[in-house]
Design a binder for this molecule. Structure first.
Ligand SMILES: [Zn+2]
Length: 205
């Protein structure tokens, strides 16, 4: 799993989803959490950098300090026992869309509806605080992906690959959303057809 986290970190960094030392990844393995360290570049992670904690956040293994967004990860895991992986990143198009205050319309593309469902925009809270953790985790009661205004995005899933695909799909639909906004034309999937996509979504994960 540590190797998977390092490989996923490289993909996230190479895609430009986590510039500099932004972004963090965690995975739940039984009653333990594997978490990336604070101040790390996700593209340069080594397996020995990954920190192991218990579900309360107590460090069990690892020399570095866990990610500063650890509160958010633990709060989401507490709220959603079904979640096994969480990725927080700073993908520029999703952030730009959040800053405009416009809602993200996943109904522009069928795949985005199936992979993401509805993606809310979460009100601003200071990064790394327990207040941000509480607010974001609240949205995860009903969603698997959020845009955090003036900050970034957080996605969660049952596997590390599927969670990365959510991040990739979110940045893609944000880009499509911005382009269609620039064209001033948005033909969304008919509402009566959305139920069929939501049924496919339920079967996927
Ligand atoms: Zn962040």
């Amino acid at each position: 799993m540590k190797e998977q986290i390092c490989l996923t970190g490289k993909k996230i960094y190479n895609k430009g989803f986590a510039p500099g030392t932004s972004g963090n990844i965690s995975c739940r393995v039984n009653d333990k959490i594997l978490l990336t360290p604070t101040g790390a570049n996700l593209g340069e992670l080594a397996e020995q950098d990954i920190i192991t904690t218990d579900l309360c956040g107590n460090v069990l293994e690892g020399k570095k300090a866990p990610s500063s967004e650890k509160f958010m990860h633990f709060e989401i895991y507490r709220k959603r026992p079904d979640i096994k992986c969480i990725i927080h990143a700073h993908p520029p198009k999703s952030i730009a869309l959040g800053v405009t205050g416009k809602a993200l319309k996943t109904a522009l593309v069928a795949e985005a509806v199936v992979v993401l469902g509805e993606v809310p925009i979460v009100e601003y809270e200071t990064p790394s605080t327990s207040e941000l953790a509480r607010v974001v985790a609240g949205y995860f009661a009903r969603h698997d992906a959020v845009i955090m205004v003036n900050h970034g995005v957080t996605v969660a899933g049952k596997g590390i690959s599927s969670t990365f695909y959510k991040l990739e799909t979110l940045e893609s639909i944000s880009e499509i959303s911005i382009i269609t906004e620039l064209f001033g034309c948005r033909n969304e999937i008919p509402v009566k057809k959305l139920d069929e996509l939501m049924k496919i979504r339920e079967l996927r994960e």
